[in-house]
Design a binder for this molecule. Structure first.
Ligand code: HEM
Length: 383
């Protein structure tokens, strides 16, 4: 039986509804089946939903550019590694990667545990515990502030800016850029053991990061790393609600936590979609995408594509198939090892101390109000 193709208006209404934001999966299933590639005039973008297409777009950077359009007033945060194409992307990424090493990340493990413990202590002393506001949100902000070498006196100001920047508030972008310019100038004169110093000093085959690239890289660590990791930690608790048999398995065998986190990433990807700009006219599903048009690929839909994942709506620790929650190809998430480490430690620590932690039955579950993200704004819990 033929199914009607949803109209562009219906797609926009659905994407903005709270039902979709809380559970996008029946809509995704319909789009994968009936309309894998649609143009939405209201949003001036194409949208793609199947795993094969999302993966192909991520890996074909020659055809799909990461240089998206910005408001004309935005000057900062336009040259960061995620918004540029080769050949410059290769050099910037190599320079950034040189400093943001696995060693630097792994060395943080004991400190991340300490931060998790401190946050939980404070929340439990107060009596009311909101898993997102008191635990999942502050953890990655504190971690990245310490990695960057933000002075302790500035932590409150820095956290406030980090929270504001998520909405791409232009004022917050300029303020944060100014903050990092000062920090970078200071570290150039007074080097430390931190990431900002390492970035200032990074050089490769005679190349260095320009001041703007440096500032923008610091900004992307906040924009790309904090809200996403916070939502991942929150989504882990949602998955424990949806798959209650997992709780005792994780408590008895904490070594299973990384596999569980991978399934949380797949089932409830914090980043649901990413934009690209078409470089040259391209045929897809019998339609022509014109050079200069925007295309949004839906990670959340790709991650439950039954062509790739058997019984895609179930949580399987031995899962085969590659989720796309950190992207794919040359822009693959630079912070994936840090995000995985933080989520693992956060979950292990909370289950160790509060094995019965669960979302309160009377909680009003408010989703992040943007279809490109998936997670809850707050999560009151009972312990
Ligand atoms: C669960 C948490 C996270 C998720 C779901 C996530 C998701 C993503 C995705 C989908 C991309 C690909 C963007 C594209 O192809 O256009 C990406 C890139 C990136 N992410 Fe993450 N991210 C997370 C955590 C982090 C963290 C903790 C950091 C650093 C502190 C970070 C830094 C970056 C950077 C720098 C890029 C750009 C890499 C490039 O363009 O070469 N991310 N991330």
């Amino acid at each position: 039986m033929a199914h009607p193709i949803p109209s562009a208006e219906e797609v926009v209404d659905t994407l903005n509804s709270s039902e979709f934001l809380l559970d996008p999966n029946s809509f995704y299933a319909r789009m994968r089946r009936d309309a894998p590639l649609v143009y939405i005039p209201e949003l001036q973008t194409w949208m793609a939903f199947r795993h094969a297409d999302v993966q192909a777009v991520f890996t074909d950077h020659a055809r799909f550019s990461s240089k998206i359009k910005f408001p004309p007033e935005q000057k900062d945060f336009t040259q960061s590694v995620n918004f540029i194409d080769p050949p410059r992307h290769k050099s910037v990424r190599a320079l950034a990667q040189q400093s943001f090493t696995l060693k630097r990340v792994e060395a943080m493990a004991p400190r991340i545990r300490e931060i998790a413990r401190g946050l939980l202590d404070t929340a439990l002393e107060r009596g009311e515990f909101d898993f997102i506001l008191d635990y999942a949100n502050p953890l990655p902000v504190i971690v990245i502030a310490e990695i960057l070498g933000v002075p302790t006196d500035d932590t409150v100001y820095f956290t406030d800016l980090s929270n504001r920047i998520v909405t791409m508030d232009q004022g917050a972008i300029s303020e944060l850029a100014a903050y990092f310019r000062t920090l970078i100038a200071h570290r150039a004169e007074h080097p430390g053991e931190d990431l900002v110093t390492a970035l200032v000093q990074a050089h490769d085959a005679g190349e260095t990061l320009s001041e703007q690239e440096l500032v923008d890289f610091c900004i992307v660590l906040l924009v790309g790393g904090n809200e996403t990791t916070a939502k991942l930690i929150g989504n882990a608790l949602l998955c424990l609600r949806d798959f209650p048999e997992m709780r005792s398995r994780l408590i008895e065998q904490p070594a299973l936590t990384p596999a569980f986190i991978e399934e949380v990433l797949r089932l409830r990807a914090p980043v649901q979609s990413m934009p690209r700009v078409v470089r040259a006219d391209t045929e897809m599903h019998g339609q022509t995408l014109r050079a200069g048009e925007q295309l949004e690929v839906f990670i959340g839909a790709a991650n439950r594509d039954p062509d790739v994942f058997e019984q895609p709506d179930t949580l399987q620790l031995e899962r085969k198939g590659r989720h796309l929650s950190f992207g794919n190809g040359i822009h693959f998430c630079l912070g994936a090892p840090l995000a995985r480490l933080e989520a693992r430690i956060a979950l292990e620590h909370v289950l160790e101390r509060l094995p019965n932690i669960a979302i309160r039955d009377d909680a009003d579950l408010m989703p992040v109000p943007a279809y490109g993200f998936h997670g809850l704004v707050s999560m009151p819990v009972r312990t």
